[in-house]
Ligand binder design. Structure first.
Ligand SMILES: [Zn+2]
Length: 701
């Protein structure tokens, strides 16, 4: 499945991709039946192919026949049709195989490229700052012309041509042998991978339904903060403040460090709210409801004594503190049951856990676990914790996993920067014209800078901005940037530089990679790391002084602490998926209890010694756990990768040539990409080394 989506990936902000869920939804097919004739027919085919092409083709013939047999169904044809297909489509001579490979590569690039063009055009009204969006615009934006390609390719048997001739590989094989493969072998592996699953339409429908139910549950999970009351009855939060769990709740905790008067009380209240969501002791009636007041300590609920919303009270509103009935876990369980139905149709990765780690991330789960544990058990953790205690002037409390105070005051105020940027870039066109100049400042040669500028189109974004790469050569990458009527502001500029970093990566990794089947990067963490490198130099682009060493050190400590926090969250997510696979018949209540136990265990092992408090459940609060299916481990891995890339850039000096060298490696395994880029596989050392240096530097001040 890689090539159909990878080329379009750019940024978490790119609206067309929807990783990881839509990957599954691209696949459609019919019901599977076991066919008794397949084995003898396959043996007959191998015999005849060896007779025709010689003993040297036996291994290829056996592999190909085995691969098509795994996916062949009754409605694909009977034994005679199967034999006829295999004999007609096996490429027994190298020259035929080369032709087949080249033609598939070229045509798949065209297919991807044009599908992506349609997608981009259909989304135009939704994505660009171009006037009102009508209901039909939304339908265009939501339509995916590529949705049935895999199904079509199995039906017209092009998928079987690939499976008959090119090898499906396991992650173990790609890791163990991939370092010795030629680039062509890598491209062949990626070609075959596109057809490693044939999932029945009914199963895809179940996955889509579960995922949309979970999305809708999470997207309405608001807490009306003005209605949170303290034990003394006071209200800490302003009227109308409605926070979506968990994102807004967590970000409010972060923002509250700046509120010296009520910040601490607010943070404690939010922790209380979060814990009740995780344990599902939250009263059902307080969810997204401004009609009741709630004391989250005693769990007492009353009709709202203050009105701060026009939202009508639900009919027959019963003001009781009856708990939410484990709905959070019923949603997760629904997702699990749907994903489990995919398992039999995914022979190379027969569990959701394997699909996430072996196929999407391509880093074995045990290695990911080991990297996270390396961060969690680092001796730097208690030292940074001490530093935080010094800065906040009190012992740590559990919500301080979201400590947000490692911020340096910049040399310029936001208003000064806004003025500088608005003058320089009054329009998106002004920014576009300056791209070659910007890239030269970042160390690209004048020729490369112009080449890149020629491959990047700049459009006015409706939202904050995003990058949309091309999916075939000759097409431009699109930089979507926001420009106010008064000119670009600093925030918009900072985002534009980040998105332009994606466009530069997209341009190199599509146009300079040796095989378009390898276009792209291993996963989103890599393109994010490269984009952040450019973003980190935004002040120099403006001709201002680079951030001071101290502010860089604080930023490093901020990233270190965030990685420490999210590593535990990721381990909870992983633990819960293992528990579900180990207990396939579980109820929502059992899943709730198991999640609480897993969250406490991880806390007790890696956080309790630092925070001096046991049995905290907070690590289970992330909404991604419910609606994004084992996505959370990508966050800590992303931090580690960013530090490795950044460290290599510093070592190399000039960004331009190094960026290009890294980006044109293409979509191989993360470890192979990173070894090519930095000499080492993906790991935690770069982050920990940088944090150590940063800690020493900050302690000196
Ligand atoms: Zn990005």
């Amino acid at each position: 499945m890689r090539a159909f989506i990878v080329a379009a990936l750019g940024c978490a902000l790119v609206p067309t991709t929807g990783y990881p869920r839509e990957k599954e939804m691209l696949l459609q097919a019919t019901e599977q039946t076991a066919l008794s004739w397949v084995k003898p027919a396959g043996e007959k085919v191998v015999k005849e192919l060896v007779a025709k092409y010689g003993e040297g083709q036996r291994a290829r013939a056996e592999r190909g026949v085995h691969q098509i047999s795994d996916f062949w169904r009754a409605d694909d044809g009977d034994a005679a049709a199967y034999v006829e297909f295999a004999e007609a489509n096996f490429a027994g001579h190298q020259a035929t195989l080369d032709t087949m490979f080249n033609r598939f590569q070229a045509l798949i690039e065209q297919l991807n490229g044009h599908m992506h063009e349609i997608n981009r055009e259909f989304r135009q009204q939704a994505d660009l700052d171009a006037g009102p969006i009508y209901p039909f615009d939304e339908v265009f934006a939501g339509y995916d012309p590529a949705a049935h390609i895999i199904d079509d390719f199995f039906n017209n048997k092009l998928a079987f041509v690939v499976l008959l001739n090119f090898p499906l590989t396991t992650l173990q094989e790609r890791l163990a042998e991939g370092t010795k493969w030629t680039r062509r072998q890598w491209a062949e592996a990626r070609l075959a991978e596109m057809f490693s699953k044939r999932i029945p339409a009914s199963v895809n429908l179940e996955v889509a339904r579960a995922s949309s139910e979970a999305d809708s549950y999470i997207s309405q999970y608001n807490i009306w903060m003005h209605h949170i009351t303290e034990p003394g009855g006071q209200r800490l939060f302003p009227a109308k403040l409605r926070l979506l769990s968990h994102w807004n709740l967590r970000d409010e905790i972060k923002a509250d460090y700046a509120d010296t008067q009520h910040g601490l009380a607010k943070q404690r209240a939010i922790q209380q709210v979060m814990e009740r969501i995780i344990t599902q002791t939250i009263p059902q009636v307080v969810i997204d409801n401004p009609q009741v007041d709630w004391n989250p300590w005693t769990n007492e609920v009353k009709p709202a004594a203050e009105k701060d919303s026009e939202q009508a009270a639900p009919a027959n509103l019963a003001v009781t503190n009856a708990s939410e009935p484990a709905t959070r876990y019923a949603m997760l369980s629904l997702t699990y049951r749907a994903e489990k139905q995919v398992d039999p149709y995914s022979p190379m990765a027969p569990t959701l856990i394997a699909r996430r780690f072996d196929e999407d991330r391509e880093i074995p789960e045990q290695r990911v676990r080991a990297m996270l544990e390396q961060v969690l058990t680092s001796p730097l953790v208690p030292q940074v914790a001490k530093l935080i205690e010094g800065r906040i002037g009190r012992p740590l409390e559990p919500f301080d996993i979201w400590y947000d105070g490692f911020r340096a005051r910049g040399a310029y105020t936001e208003a000064q920067l806004d003025a500088i940027v608005a003058k320089k870039y009054p329009t998106a066109e002004a920014y576009r014209k300056d791209i070659p100049n910007i890239l030269e400042k970042l160390g690209f040669t004048p020729e490369k800078a112009q080449y890149l500028a020629d491959h990047i189109a700049v459009d006015p974004a409706r939202g904050s901005g995003h990058a949309m790469g091309a999916a075939m050569r000759g097409e431009k990458a699109h930089l979507r940037t926001r420009v106010e009527p008064t000119g670009m502001n600093y925030k918009g500029f900072n985002i534009a530089v980040h998105e332009m970093g994606h466009n530069v990566e997209q341009t190199f990794s599509l146009n300079e990679v040796d095989y378009t089947l390898l276009a792209g990067v291993p996963n989103t963490a890599f393109t994010e790391a490269l984009a952040m490198v450019l973003q980190g130099h935004d002040l120099e682009i403006l001709g201002l002084a680079a951030p001071s060493a101290e502010s860089e050190a604080l930023k490093t400590l901020n990233d270190f602490w965030a990685t420490y926090e999210i590593s535990g969250v990721a381990l909870v997510d992983m633990g819960v998926w293992h528990w579900m696979y180990d207990h396939p018949q579980h109820t929502a209540e059992q899943l709730r209890d198991a999640t609480v136990t897993i969250a406490k265990d991880i806390w007790n092992r890696y956080y309790a010694p630092v925070f001096g408090k046991k049995d905290v459940v907070l690590l289970g609060v992330y909404s991604h756990m419910i609606d994004s299916i084992l996505y959370l481990p990508d966050y800590p891995i992303g931090h580690l990768i960013a530090f490795q890339v950044e460290e290599q850039m510093k070592k190399a000096g000039a960004i331009g040539p190094e960026f290009e060298r890294m980006a044109k490696m293409g979509d191989v395994t993360p470890d192979l990409w990173m070894i090519n880029a930095t000499g080492k596989p993906v790991g935690a050392d770069a982050l920990l080394d940088a944090a150590k240096v940063a800690l020493a530097q900050v302690q000196q001040h």
